[in-house]
Ligand binder design. Structure first.
Ligand SMILES: [Zn+2]
Length: 285
């Protein structure tokens, strides 16, 4: 289709246009982007890609501090997506792309876990570190210098779809984890029934912030390339996907009050058809 396309996973040079002119329904920024599918590896990805994604995250509500009620609701609503560490494991757990620190916060009472976070952007990392009293690194170099070979569990909750180089994340995980360490990845599933139902209005498309949507063949390929074994995978219920998409269909944009009103339907849908996101457990070789 284009002369300068390079797949960000397989470096294939040909792609078909899947979703042209996708608007930012979630934040309403003026960005409009296209999604294409690599002809060789079938990875759905944004093209052309932004040279730097940091400008897309100013005022990103997912990174903002939350009320206690919101935190409780999130814990209930999103429980199926988050990694669940075994009890009394005495492990170091790194949440890579920890956002507002919500997942680390749910583990803050666990005395057997040493918690670490990584979130790009010094101000966001400092803010989360102060709020949780957990070390949060804001650069890959500092993270690797401090924790290389120390980590037992590395979690990526809805992170891989945001990055410009998924291979770099797997390379970091390989260096950070101990041998036989666990990597947990959960990503929106672009092949799911939910994604097909809503197309360009699928909440988890989240244009322009979501760059690519690795599915099981891509995770397997990355695992093979960077020295991991994929040991388990399953659909993960993500109620926001259905509720957020329906809000866009009804209102023409993301509308928080409507989204909140539809969330019970999202909960029901995601339990009946738990396909909006997919979770993977990998072991470092
Ligand atoms: Zn490809």
């Amino acid at each position: 289709m284009t002369n300068d396309f390079r797949c960000l996973l397989c470096e294939g040079q040909d792609a078909e246009l899947v979703f042209p002119r996708c608007k930012d329904y979630y934040l309403g920024t003026p960005h409009v982007v296209d999604y294409v599918r690599c002809t060789r590896c079938a990875l759905l990805q944004q093209f052309p890609r932004p040279p730097d994604t940091s400008a897309l995250y100013s005022d990103y509500p997912i990174h903002a501090a939350k009320s206690p009620l919101f935190k409780l609701l999130r814990r209930v609503v999103m429980a199926d997506m988050y990694f669940s560490p075994a009890q009394k494991v005495h492990a170091t757990l790194l949440d890579y792309g920890c956002g507002d620190g919500g997942f680390l916060d749910t583990l803050s009472t666990r005395r057997d876990l040493r918690l670490i976070g990584y979130e790009r952007g010094a101000a966001q990392a400092a803010h989360v570190q102060a709020a949780l009293s957990v070390p949060i690194h804001s650069t890959r170099s500092a993270l690797l210098a401090s924790e290389e070979g120390n980590v037992d569990v590395l979690t990526l909750h809805m992170v891989l779809e945001h990055v410009l180089d998924p291979g770099e994340v797997f390379a970091d995980a390989q260096r950070l984890l101990k041998p036989q360490g666990t990597m947990y990845v959960v990503v929106p599933d672009a092949e799911s029934f939910e994604a097909r139902l809503f197309g360009k209005k699928w909440h988890s498309l989240d244009a322009p912030r979501h760059i690519c949507f690795p599915g099981k063949p891509h995770i397997q390929e990355l695992a093979q390339q960077y020295g991991f074994d994929l040991v388990r995978d399953r659909p993960a219920a993500f109620p926001n996907g259905f509720a957020g998409s329906l809000a866009v269909v009804l209102a023409g944009r993301f509308h928080f009050a409507l989204f909140a009103a539809l969330l019970p339907f999202g909960l029901l849908f995601s339990r009946l058809v738990p396909t909006g996101a997919h979770a993977y457990w990998l072991t470092k070789r």
